[in-house]
Design a protein around this ligand. Structure first.
Ligand code: UDP
Length: 476
């Protein structure tokens, strides 16, 4: 603790990829707004992606800085784009981190759970450590009960539905929707559990009113100390912060917003599969034909395209589709990085076809927009259940097969399914009206949670207070 100012010094050590790095940066900024001295530990390449927003915070006198960890000579990390996967081994950062912690002792370090090795360092140096896990409370409970109660070998097939027992809601899944490393014992999951056990608790980017029974379940049944501090994306108040969140957009946000301004409220579908997903051209073709048949305006951010044995142009001409949609004023197609927060909060956007990454899900909830769920990887199939079965603010497209981000799937989601889901969400009906009302109300809850007096606001202050007490105890 800084004895002159009485503030606590917290280090934040985000992972490399978009879906984990972005919310951790926002978390560090939120804690700085609550008076903690936040330092973000990262690599030079990652720092370049969010430097601007930190500089803006510093200009507003927030106590936040970036510390870049120097990579050992002749070593490299895939940290130049946003798509680093969870399996990547970041342990070449072990020595630089250790050196830093020996020189400057923070009151606490918040570590992304994918830095699986970092708990050994904080243990050795006796630095209080808290884990940041990147997802919400619901998947934590679902996976824990699945691990305890489900015997995957006993299922007759990948498509046989099974019930995850012991949860407050009925959650039914199939083996094909469960991450491969959770179907059997895996070193990856063991390591994650180990780092979690070494921590004082878990910082979660969620808010109590979104998933109260699951927050209680983690705290009371699983016995984990948690602080629900989100939705952290709401700390982005200025257009600049929203626009550059994660990194500089590669599309011209003004032309995108001008186009949206010309559309009726709730009429446009936004489509994006996050920072890491990689779909094959033949799947993009199905999306395109489904969208065209649904006859609803759209903005589609096409992410990375999966390599196949045939060249993309042999399979289908995305460029021609893009040109035709633009000429007919039906839809915009973008490649690269979109200013997602700005798009989602535009009045014209009335639906989000999403891969159910936790950040996209929360951002959509905050914007009060219902979803078409198209899970692909990570814990996204579980998030889909939360969205469609528990919160009832989305419709499923019918994605059934879990795979790593860059893996080819056995089956495509056909154009008929795409058309059906898009019409179901975007053509007004009593059912959709209900969904809109529900998601708007949850969005109000989200905003209240981060304001003074709100649950997340309170959890952040409570954590800062606990760290002060912990540190004072050590000082005496
Ligand atoms: N994102 C963005 N622009 C893009 C793609 C993604 O701003 O073009 C942001 C999005 O707002 C979210 C994050 O990247 O904050 C993606 O995280 P999510 O958990 O949704 O999915 P992941 O990328 O981890 O699969």
């Amino acid at each position: 603790m800084n004895h002159e100012t009485g503030t606590v010094k917290i280090y934040f050590f985000p992972f490399l990829g978009g879906g984990h790095q972005i919310p951790m940066i926002d978390t560090a900024r939120v804690f700085a707004k609550h008076g903690a001295t936040s330092t973000i530990l990262t690599t030079p390449s990652c720092a370049a992606q969010f430097q601007n927003s930190i500089t803006r915070d510093q200009k507003s006198n927030l106590p936040i800085t970036i510390y870049t960890l120097t990579l050992p000579e002749n070593t490299q990390l895939p940290d130049t784009d946003m798509s680093a996967g969870p399996m990547i081994d970041t342990s070449i950062l072990l020595e630089p981190l250790k050196l830093l912690l020996l020189q400057h002792r923070p009151d606490c370090i918040v570590v992304d759970i994918f830095h699986r090795w970092a708990g050994d360092v904080t243990d050795e140096l006796k630095v209080p450590m808290i884990v940041f896990n990147g997802d919400g409370c619901f998947p934590r409970c679902v996976f824990e009960n699945m691990r305890k109660h489900v015997v995957f070998e006993n299922l007759s097939s990948d498509s046989e539905p099974f019930l995850v027992p012991g949860l407050p809601d009925r959650v039914e899944m199939t083996r094909s929707q469960v991450p491969s490393f959770r179907r059997n014992k895996s070193e990856f999951v063991d390591r994650i559990k180990q780092i979690e056990e070494k921590g004082l608790g878990i910082v979660i980017n969620s808010f109590y009113d979104l998933e109260p029974v699951y927050a209680d379940y983690i705290r009371n049944e699983l016995g984990k100390k948690t602080w629900l501090v989100g939705p952290v994306s709401l700390c982005n108040r200025s257009v600049e912060d929203k626009k550059e969140r994660g990194k500089q957009p590669t599309i011209d946000e003004q032309s995108c917003l001008n186009w949206l301004n010309s559309k009726k409220p709730n009429s446009v579908l936004y489509i994006s599969f996050g920072s890491a997903a990689c779909l094959p051209m033949k799947q993009l073709k199905e999306i395109a034909y489904g969208l065209e048949a649904s006859d609803q305006p759209f903005i589609w951010v096409v992410g990375k395209i999966l390599n196949s044995s045939k060249s993309d142009s042999e399979i289908w001409a995305l460029d021609e589709f893009e040109k035709r949609m633009k000429e007919m004023d039906k839809g915009l197609i973008f490649r690269g990085w979109a200013p997602q927060l700005l798009i989602l909060e535009h009045d014209a956007v009335g639906g989000f076809m999403t891969h159910c990454g936790w950040n996209s899900t929360l951002e959509c909830v905050c914007a009060g927009v219902p979803m078409i769920t198209w899970p692909l990887s990570a814990e996204q199939f579980v998030n889909e259940k939360l969205v469609t079965d528990v919160l009832r603010i989305g419709v499923q497209v019918g994605s059934r097969e879990w795979g790593f981000c860059d893996a080819e799937r056995k089956e495509l989601v056909g154009r008929e399914k795409v058309e059906f889901a898009v019409k179901k969400l975007m053509v007004e009906s009593e059912e959709v009206e209900e969904m809109r009302r529900r998601v708007k109300s949850i969005s109000e809850d989200a905003k209240r949670a981060v304001e003074e007096g709100g649950s997340s606001y309170g959890d952040i202050d409570a954590l800062i207070q606990e760290l002060k007490i912990l540190q004072t105890g050590k000082d005496v």
